[in-house]
Design a protein around this ligand. Structure first.
Ligand code: AMP
Ligand code: ZN
Ligand code: FE
Ligand code: FE
Length: 276
């Protein structure tokens, strides 16, 4: 059976693997198709496309966007996104700038609380256009302010802690329009993680094409519930590992194997591209 993983991160956002390393591992797991879905960036897609081609793996360029629904953060995955789409790329740049500002704000809050940390160190660790809290966590551990990655979140970075700064969000409708405008398909990422299925009707109304039913952190019963829901709503059931490399311990790639027929069903929902 042909299989795909439609949710992967590299060091172009908060993963640790390079595109080449990820593609090589994917080949080891026997995948036929992969999507790269780094946060707010397509920067890794060119290298990933090349690396996949060398392994005979189909590549789908994508990104994971952050949206707001009723004050809650949800993630929307975009697939078949084109780095030549000017509106999409300028929006991604705007969100990358907000992420960089967020690092400055977080570090300023740490410094004000008497914890010395330098923005330059965090940005050097991130070494990408889309820095996030995982990079702050690594910097805090390196500087000896936390024992490990989870401790850094627990102590400084999670909501309510001193270094927490909310992330920029677009509305779910804006995210879907941006993706569709670029000729892509839009999927609600890991719905079980929001613990609030009441948000789903609003996201469906925004025009999503699919629901990520298979995800490493979805229980079997959650997966089955979302598969049923997707079928009821006429949406495509998708899935991916959400592998961040070694950022969170064991690499997750291989933990989810989406039957390729679901990729074809998602591809069939792509609109004609309207921006340029
Ligand atoms: P950001 O996009 O900058 O808000 O960072 C979100 C990333 O941090 C996600 O990849 C999460 O898995 C990770 N993360 C969020 N909260 C925690 C936590 N309490 N412990 C460990 N990792 C976390
Ligand atoms: Zn991430
Ligand atoms: Fe996510
Ligand atoms: Fe993700």
């Amino acid at each position: 059976m042909k299989t795909a993983d439609l949710h992967l991160h590299t060091h172009f956002s908060d993963g640790t693997f390079s595109p080449e390393e990820l593609a090589a591992r994917a080949q080891g797991h026997g995948f036929n198709a992969l999507a790269l879905t780094d946060h707010d960036t397509l920067d890794g897609c060119e290298r990933m496309a090349f690396a996949c081609a060398t392994h005979g793996i189909e590549f789908i360029p994508g990104a994971e966007l952050t949206a707001d629904v009723d004050g809650k953060e949800v993630h929307i995955l975009g697939y078949w996104l084109d780095a030549g789409s000017t509106r999409l790329v300028s929006e991604l740049r705007r969100f990358q700038a907000a992420r960089q500002q967020r690092i400055h704000d977080s570090v300023a809050r740490l410094n004000a609380a008497g914890i010395p940390l330098q923005v330059e160190n965090v940005l050097a660790i991130a070494n990408c256009a889309s820095p996030g809290r995982p990079h702050l966590a690594r910097a805090l551990v390196e500087a000896g302010h936390a024992n490990d990655y989870d401790h850094a979140f627990e102590r400084y970075l999670k909501k309510g802690r001193v270094a927490f700064v909310p992330k920029a969000r677009m509305t779910a409708a804006e995210a879907v329009q941006l993706i569709h405008g670029a000729g892509g398909a839009a999927v609600l990422a890991h719905p079980a993680l929001y613990r609030n299925d009441g948000l789903i009707p609003k996201i469906v109304e925004a025009g999503i094409d699919g629901i990520e039913c298979w995800h490493t952190r979805h229980s079997e019963s959650a997966t089955n519930n979302y598969i049923r829901l997707a079928a009821e709503l006429g949406l495509v059931a998708t899935g991916g590992s959400d592998c961040h490399g070694l950022a969170k311990g064991t690499p997750l790639i291989g933990s989810v194997k989406l039957p390729y027929t679901h990729v074809e069903a998602l591809a069939a929902r792509r609109p004609a591209r309207s921006d340029s």
